[in-house]
Design a binder for this molecule. Structure first.
Ligand code: SAH
Length: 244
């Protein structure tokens, strides 16, 4: 009897002292990892926009990657999402979102839905998010995921984002999350006066220049921000075609 009590006490104290104590009963076992990501990798590297910090502190990034990668979801590097594509590293998502200078009533277009994570971050900040994915397999998967997670304000389309989404244009902000060797003219046309377009521009596979274009009195004002590395945009932009 005494031995049994001793074993129970021992297990109880182990549970309290364990590094996972307090997390096992929580609804979100990744809350601590996400908080660290926001504090250290995002705020710590200079991102100040409160809306961006709040959005990235609430989107469950681990649910946008495959189950076997969940424990790495909050590390500051990109992860594979299938078909040779990647979910961008958290800092780059934060930087691009901050550069869009979003306001709650903005209408935003994303090119390259991928895992849907960037779209979910946008949806935490603005009312209307439109996103286009060219790969059928990724499109089907992300459509289901966004529905299951309750992101009903995000409209997803299968198609070539090079041509934008005429039906819902013009947009206050457009974000391209695949590398482009030039700015697609249809995207510039679909940008409102005062609108912002953020796009990785460059013709090599290894790095591109993150670029922001702001439409001022009908003229695009160009700013070069920093070097980034994205998977290439396909379809009309490149010679490659989607394999579905
Ligand atoms: N924003 C994504 C990551 C983007 S990875 C996320 O948060 O997970 C780049 C994505 O762009 C890939 O899914 C790729 O299939 C898609 N893509 C490439 N060329 C495209 C095009 N012309 N139109 C739309 N999507 C494109």
């Amino acid at each position: 009897m005494r031995a049994r009590v001793l074993v129970i006490c021992l297990l109880f104290s182990l549970a309290i002292l364990s590094p996972w104590a307090g997390l096992s009963s929580s609804d979100d076992p990744f809350a601590r990892a996400r908080k660290r990501m926001v504090e250290v990798d995002i705020k710590g590297r200079g991102i100040k926009d409160r809306r961006v910090l709040r959005a990235m502190g609430s989107v469950p990034r681990h649910l946008f990657v495959e189950e076997y990668l969940r424990r790495e979801a909050y590390a500051d590097y990109p992860l594979p999402i299938g078909e040779g594509q990647t979910i961008s590293q958290p800092y780059v998502v934060a930087l691009m979102t901050e550069l869009l200078e979003l306001k709650p009533d903005d209408r935003v277009l994303e090119i390259g839905t991928g895992s849907g994570y960037q779209a979910a971050v946008l949806a935490e900040i603005v009312k209307e998010v439109y996103t286009i994915e060219i790969r059928k397999g990724l499109f089907e998967k992300v459509k289901r995921r966004l529905k299951d997670l309750g992101y009903h304000s995000i409209k997803v389309k299968h198609g070539d984002g090079y041509f934008g989404w005429e039906e819902y244009a013009p947009f206050d902000a457009i974000i391209v999350t695949a590398a482009a060797n030039h700015i697609p003219p249809p995207l510039l046309k679909q940008l409102k006066e005062g609108g912002r377009l953020v796009i990785p521009l460059g013709s090599t596979r290894y790095f591109q220049t993150l670029t922001r274009i702001t439409m001022v009195k009908g003229e695009p004002i160009v700013e070069h921000i920093t070097s980034v590395r994205f998977v290439p945009m396909i379809g009309r932009m490149g010679s490659a075609t989607p394999h579905d």
